[in-house]
Design a binder for this molecule. Structure first.
Ligand code: PMP
Length: 371
């Protein structure tokens, strides 16, 4: 029996994507070799690479103005790579800060700023309190986001995986300023107007595949405008010019993305998956909201994440008891991030509605028994 896996990432993958990988592991498409053993320059791997890219483009409706790229190193590497490429000398790189991940992105931009003589500004932050007490419970309104008119770009995190805070709109940005989004934990859970973005990057290990690889949608003009005074390996231009094959890519990770994209298409694509995701989030939020004296939901209703549902119980002792009860029901991955505590259930694309219903039953029963 599969574990009911609510991990924040790496997260549960569609069983069909794993089974296909198992079936093809030793002999890929009758070639007598594993895909792990194929050259990244050969035609067999090339078909996988092209299919993975094309399916992302097709499912999300990405226009021809944008490249689809794969970069190894994780989304954390992009925290440095984005300003290295696109923060122009003497200008401001602008950031919206809504939680722990955008804080990390700003911190890396400050480091590259010192090296590459660009500045960094925080265009908006919703953080309150300091240090360990710091809280993020909402996204800013458009009016709260104040971007320097000469900024190189505006960066935001569409879903804060740790704090459970999500943008349910694309923020307004002054015309001419490229919009850059870390969409790691809410990539491809629904359709979005990708033409509004100059750059979207997402660590794959939540909705689209395994860890260690990032999927990017990058406007060709932005890529072209990127800095050339940084190492070639870090230039997105190099990635784009070489179809993400400048050096040896993580071929197996891209192969798994292909399998996950096939599953997503087979399930009916993003319109269908969006309906399911909204239903899943409603089932769990409704169960939590039904016991307000027992569960605390720190995030404002309008900013609640559809992917990462964060909630607190009345005490740490009850946290432990809740998790023990969850374990008996084969549920894993419910502990909140160590920096904020409490509970977190991640309901990515591959989490079935049935698992969420079972979790909702636990939420309801547990409050009755312990409230
Ligand atoms: N951004 C967000 C929103 C994330 O959730 C994460 C990882 N959980 C990262 C960036 C960093 O990703 P990685 O660990 O792959 O570098």
């Amino acid at each position: 029996m599969r574990a009911l896996n609510f991990n924040a990432g790496p997260a549960t993958l569609p069983i069909s994507a794993l089974e296909l990988a198992r079936d093809e592991l030793v002999d890929f498409a009758g070639t007598g070799m594993s895909i792990l053993e194929h050259s990244h320059r050969g035609k067999d791997y090339d078909a996988v690479h092209t299919e993975a890219k094309s399916l992302v483009r097709e499912l999300l409706g990405v226009p021809d103005s944008h490249h689809i790229l794969f970069v190894q190193g994780g989304a954390s590497q992009l925290f440095a790579q984005v300003p290295m490429n696109f923060a122009q000398e003497g200008k401001k790189a602008s950031y919206v800060v809504t939680g722990a991940w955008s804080e990390k992105a700003v911190a890396e931009a400050k480091v590259t700023g010192a090296m590459l003589r660009h500045q960094v500004e925080v265009a908006a932050t919703t953080g309150t309190g300091d240090g360990k007490e710091k809280q993020y419970t909402r996204v800013p309104t458009d009016d709260e986001i104040r971007v320097d008119p000469g900024a190189s770009y505006l960066h935001y995190t569409s879903n804060e995986t740790i704090h459970g805070v999500e943008f349910h709109r694309i923020p307004r940005v002054p015309s001419g300023i490229p919009l850059v989004c870390d969409a790691s934990s809410d990539f491809m859970w629904r359709k979005t107007d990708t033409s509004k973005f100059s750059l979207v990057y997402a660590g794959a290990q939540k909705n689209v595949g395994p860890s260690g690889i990032v999927v990017l949608l990058a406007h060709k003009d932005l890529v072209e405008s990127g800095r050339k005074d940084i190492p070639k390996i870090f230039q997105l231009r190099t990635v784009a010019e070489n179809d993400s094959l400048y050096n040896t890519p993580p071929t197996f990770a891209i192969y798994l993305i292909r399998n996950v994209m096939r599953w997503l298409k087979g399930e009916g694509g993003l319109e269908e998956i969006e309906k399911r995701n909204l239903e899943k989030a409603k089932v769990l939020y409704d169960a939590l909201d039904a016991a307000p004296a027992f569960y605390t939901l720190p995030v404002d209703r309008e900013s609640r994440s559809v992917m990462n549902i964060v909630f607190r119980l009345p005490s740490e002792a009850l946290d432990e008891k809740f998790m023990a009860e969850a374990k008996k029901r084969k549920m894993v991955g419910l502990k909140g991030h160590r920096s904020v505590g409490g509970m977190r259930a991640s309901l990515y694309n591959a989490v079935p509605l049935g698992w969420v219903r079972e979790l909702a039953v636990l939420v309801t029963e547990f409050a009755k028994q312990n409230g």
